[in-house]
Design a protein around this ligand. Structure first.
Ligand SMILES: NC(=O)c1ccc[n+]([C@@H]2O[C@H](COP(=O)([O-])OP(=O)(O)OC[C@H]3O[C@@H](n4cnc5c(N)ncnc54)[C@H](OP(=O)(O)O)[C@@H]3O)[C@@H](O)[C@H]2O)c1
Length: 221
């Protein structure tokens, strides 16, 4: 399979990239980034792009793809509503529409989050914005899977791009085995996320379209 990965510099994206490079089912990975990662690997090609609301300038390089692993996203904490919506909904739909035009057999895997609500009734604004993004992706003309992980533990030295997340992970890493035992339905790892994304990309649209940590862990085991 040939995949495009958004958000490769982030904590989840680093785990997904690692899984793709290790997995023989993945022949090639295109990274779309806003600053060069500078990674070198025979499977990798990187496209640096600045305007994530409009991919027309690079659309001709986004062809021949079987899967999109969309790990780009931000926390709503400390961010204005407009900025959160721009990054979460506008950027994601712009990428999805550009990919759908050129890749009719694409499977689009979106990293959403536990608590996302597609009914429009959620009290938290972030949950409504993610829910609307999920609904719009699920209505598009490709196979789409929504990943709703709870707590994601970084493995293999993946680092969050968000400073306060890095601090929190440093302070709480000892707690993860306890959390995994007490709340297995709400925990996963970057490694499981990566392997599960590759697994759903091979399902041809079968199975549930919205996956929480238990399904992610089963597919990524
Ligand atoms: N971490 C968790 O425990 C957790 C749990 C549930 C759901 N999630 C979801 O998973 C997704 C990824 O989270 P993460 O922890 O990997 O985040 P992260 O480490 O902060 O990484 C964010 C990624 O998004 C990119 N990005 C952010 N703002 C951007 C912008 N304005 N333009 C272009 N690219 C931008 C970053 O690129 P740059 O390097 O260029 O900034 C980076 O690649 C998010 O949607 C998050 O809500 C995370």
């Amino acid at each position: 399979m040939k995949a495009v990965l958004f958000g490769a510099s982030g904590m989840v994206g680093q785990g997904v990239l690692r899984a793709c490079l290790l997995d023989d089912r993945v022949e090639g990975v295109v990274l779309v980034t806003r600053s060069p990662l500078g990674r070198r690997h025979p499977k990798l090609r990187e496209i640096v792009h600045r305007d994530f609301t409009d991919f027309s300038a690079i659309e001709d390089q986004l062809t021949g793809l079987d899967a999109c692993f969309y790990c780009l996203g931000v926390s709503a904490a400390g961010r204005g509503a407009d900025e959160y919506r721009l990054v979460t909904h506008t950027y994601t739909l712009a990428a999805a529409q550009a990919l759908a035009r050129h890749n009719p057999a694409l499977t689009f895997v979106y990293v959403s989050g536990e608590g996302t609500d597609g009914t429009g009734q959620a009290r938290a604004a972030w949950a409504r914005v993610k829910g609307e993004t999920e609904n719009d992706l699920l209505a598009m003309d490709f196979h789409a899977y929504m990943f709703r992980p709870g707590w994601i533990q970084p493995r293999h030295k993946e680092r969050s791009r968000t400073r306060w997340y890095r601090v929190m992970y440093r302070l709480t890493s000892w707690l993860f085995p306890v959390m995994r035992r007490l709340a297995p339905r709400h925990t996963t790892t970057t490694e499981h996320m990566g392997r599960a994304m590759i697994a759903v990309a091979g399902l041809g649209g079968a199975g549930p379209r919205i996956l929480h940590s238990p399904e992610i862990n089963r597919l990524g085991a």
